[in-house]
Design a protein around this ligand. Structure first.
Ligand code: GUN
Ligand code: ZN
Length: 428
């Protein structure tokens, strides 16, 4: 449908509720509508007014469902789909025991294509319309991800995960081949349809200085590309980085020395940062990505939302399959729980911001996705706020939208996703 209306409750963000009082950042309409034309949002307003102004338009009435931008998952590993929820290890053992053996299977392009399709089936069912994913070392894993996203018309981001040490032989490349393969993939896919290439060194322990520098050179040649990696997820990992890079001031310095610190940097986890690292990230404008279900699942630590969000762009992410869910609802719930453990209650407006506009801004896509606003790409979801008996009975007691939506954030899953539109076309 080229031109149509979707009605429901609408939630618009006017500003970042982690940097200004959340009450000043939101506009709610309990009987709102979104007018979609040519794959973009043309208008938001009261349903009655939009219906009257456009009497001939087809209308999809979502009742009391909450219309939101599709969720944006700022850090995930699509190749870890089939080993999610693997038991009993911490980061380095978990990588060696579960992750690397599974990623080896992506040497087979047919397997990569099968998992890419499965991954997008699962993420769309959970209301996630854009993902920034790691692929594996195999260029075919990037091709599989982009081919599947392109066929579905999705805005999507990925890159080849580069490693030239401390990983099994079938998962390593070299400094030169990482540069060459990444460059070839970037030139083939970056900016094609709704796809973006992301320069992707896995993390400092699995790259030599030479490889980090080769990717830093590529980043220097393509500063419009994002660069994604991991930083300061677990204390053992940080100690290992200090052993491997004795000359570095800290973990961030291993990336900066290689030319990998820039305003389009995306640093996953960022739990145990030193003050200098936070200052340097803030000076640079780089973003950090909070992966709360992963941080509790792998036992990594408690992200400092209250300390970091006022200073740095923060994205929210599943980190599938270190994260234990494909759901950004479950991810918001875990972010809330981590906030509570740190003594900071994150408001539902802030959680919804993080899962939509916050992640979009971290990905430098805040002018295209992540908000209900005229001119944005029409990737939307409708959230059923009474999707199960347990949620429904709590919803019935709610006095305002925040009380109405919080049970779905805390207890909801894919059953809450009543509708998904990609560039204006309904998919669910
Ligand atoms: N650090 C390096 N690689 C990974 C990964 O695949 N998952 C997580 N959670 N942390 C990492
Ligand atoms: Zn990760």
């Amino acid at each position: 449908m080229q031109h149509h209306l979707v009605t429901g409750q609408t939630l618009e963000f006017l500003d970042n509720p982690l940097r200004a009082p959340w009450q000043d950042c939101v506009r709610i309409d309990s009987a709102g509508a979104v007018r979609i034309e040519g794959g973009k949002i043309a208008e938001i307003g009261p349903a009655a007014a939009l219906r009257a102004a456009h009497p001939a338009l087809p209308v999809t009435d979502m009742g009391d469902a909450l219309l939101l931008p599709g969720f944006v998952d700022a850090h995930a590993h699509y190749p870890q789909t089939a080993m999610i929820a693997s038991w009993g290890k911490r980061l380095i053992d978990w990588l060696n025991s579960y992750t690397f053996p599974e990623e080896l299977r992506f040497a087979d392009p047919d397997y990569a294509a099968k998992i890419a399709a499965r991954y997008f089936d699962l993420t769309l069912a959970h209301g996630t319309t854009t993902v920034c994913a790691y692929s594996t070392v195999h260029p075919a894993s990037v091709e599989a991800f982009f081919t599947e996203a392109q066929a579905r018309g999705l805005r999507a981001l990925t890159g080849k995960t580069c490693m030239d040490r401390n990983a099994p032989e079938g998962l390593t490349d070299t400094a030169q081949s990482a540069y060459d393969d990444s460059k070839r993939l970037l030139e083939a896919w970056h900016g094609v349809d709704r796809l973006s290439y992301v320069i992707t060194p896995r993390f400092s322990p699995t790259s030599t200085r030479e490889q980090l520098s080769a990717l830093g050179a590529l980043y220097g040649e393509h500063p419009d590309c994002l660069m994604q990696t991991h930083i300061s997820e677990q204390t053992d990992e940080i100690a290992w980085v200090a052993e491997l890079f004795p000359e570095a001031r800290d973990y961030l310095d291993t990336y900066e020395a290689a030319g990998l610190l820039g305003p389009t940097g995306l640093f996953g986890h960022a739990i145990h940062l030193m003050a200098r690292e936070v200052d340097r990230l803030a000076e640079t404008g780089a973003a950090v990505v909070h992966c709360p279900t992963s941080n509790t699942f792998i036992g990594s630590g408690l992200f400092d939302m209250a300390g970091l969000a006022p200073r740095l762009p923060v994205g929210l992410a599943t980190d599938t399959g270190g994260g234990s869910s494909f759901s950004m609802l479950r991810t918001m719930a875990a972010a809330y729980e981590i906030g509570q453990l740190r003594g900071t209650a994150v408001h539902p407006a802030q959680l919804l911001w993080l899962a939509t506009a916050g992640s979009a801004e971290a990905l430098h896509l805040g002018d295209r996705i992540g908000r209900l606003a005229p001119g944005m790409e029409a990737d939307l979801i409708a959230l059923d706020l009474a999707s199960t008996p347990a949620i429904s009975q709590r919803y019935a007691e709610a006095d305002d939208l925040w009380e109405a939506v919080f049970p779905t954030i805390m207890m909801g899953d894919d059953r809450a996703i009543a509708g998904v539109w990609i560039a204006g076309d309904r998919r669910i």
